[in-house]
Design a protein around this ligand. Structure first.
Ligand SMILES: Nc1ncnc2c1ncn2[C@@H]1O[C@H](COP(=O)(O)OP(=O)(O)O)[C@@H](O)[C@H]1O
Ligand SMILES: [Mg+2]
Length: 240
């Protein structure tokens, strides 16, 4: 469970996130949707403790991210929007590095590495440098690293970007499986079709403000004359 209460984040005079409140429940996939610059990444950086906030409170499984950052960080796995890091490491070195940080016992690692590598078609690449990976492959190795300590909460910033259809399908299946075990999955996207099919609930953010939070069905009922999420989305996020 992720609880965001009345969060505000300013960059200088600019308000990037404006009194945002959200609750991501156990057992649900929650899609966080909004146009470029809406405040999705900023919100995710606050939830994950990468950046602070000016007002409000955030807890992950009831642990406050600013008061108990290390404990809170153990509860989630995070995939950032840019996978370009640790490029000098080989895939397997990266996975072991992350497994060390999260204190994953050595005896369970080979099995987890193998099963993730198979899911994402990475078996033949674990001994290559991340430098030589494509964007999608970097995305996949970071995803594998983020899940290696079997976190209850998954937080993913634009996770489908750059994934090929097979990997994207595998990820969506994994998200379903994870949520069905009573865990939370929170991800951002500007790709509406993904959210439409995958999510139990969605939140729409525009100019740092939450403009909608609920199920797709409820949203459809609010806009009986619009045929697609795309049109509803454009209507909700157009103008001021
Ligand atoms: N480090 C930063 N310094 C100043 N402004 C920032 C910074 N990061 C983001 N912003 C601004 O905050 C707003 C929200 O950005 P962001 O959260 O990245 O949006 P999204 O992920 O929805 O595309 C944008 O107007 C962006 O320019
Ligand atoms: Mg972003």
């Amino acid at each position: 469970m992720i609880k965001i209460e009345n969060i505000t984040k300013k960059y200088g005079d600019k308000i990037a996130v404006d009194h945002l409140s959200l609750e991501i429940r156990d057992g649900e996939i929650f899609g966080f949707i909004g146009p470029n610059g809406a405040g999705k990444t900023t919100t995710i950086k606050m939830i994950t403790g990468i950046t602070g906030y000016d007002e409000g409170e955030i807890t992950l499984n009831n642990i406050d991210i600013t008061k108990h950052p290390v404990e809170a960080k153990k509860t989630f796995g995070f995939v950032p929007d840019s996978p370009d890091m640790f490029l000098r490491l080989k895939g397997i070195e990266y996975l072991n590095f992350i497994a060390d940080i999260y204190e994953v016992p050595e005896d369970v690692r080979p099995e987890r590495f193998k099963s993730f590598a198979e899911k994402f078609d990475m078996q033949d690449h674990l001994n290559e440098d991340l430098q030589s990976y494509s964007h999608g492959m970097r995305q996949k190795i970071i995803l594998m690293g983020a899940l290696i300590h079997e976190p209850k909460i998954w937080i993913l910033d634009e996770p489908m970007t750059g994934l090929d259809p097979k990997s994207s399908y595998a990820l969506k299946e994994m998200m379903h499986e994870h949520a069905s075990k009573g865990n939370s999955v929170f991800f951002s996207t500007h790709v509406l079709e993904v959210a439409e099919k995958l999510c139990d609930r969605i939140g729409i953010i525009n100019h740092g403000k939450l403009v909608y939070c609920g199920t797709m069905d409820e949203l459809d009922k609010m806009f009986p004359n619009e045929s697609s999420l795309e049109k509803i989305f454009l209507e909700m996020t157009s103008g001021e």
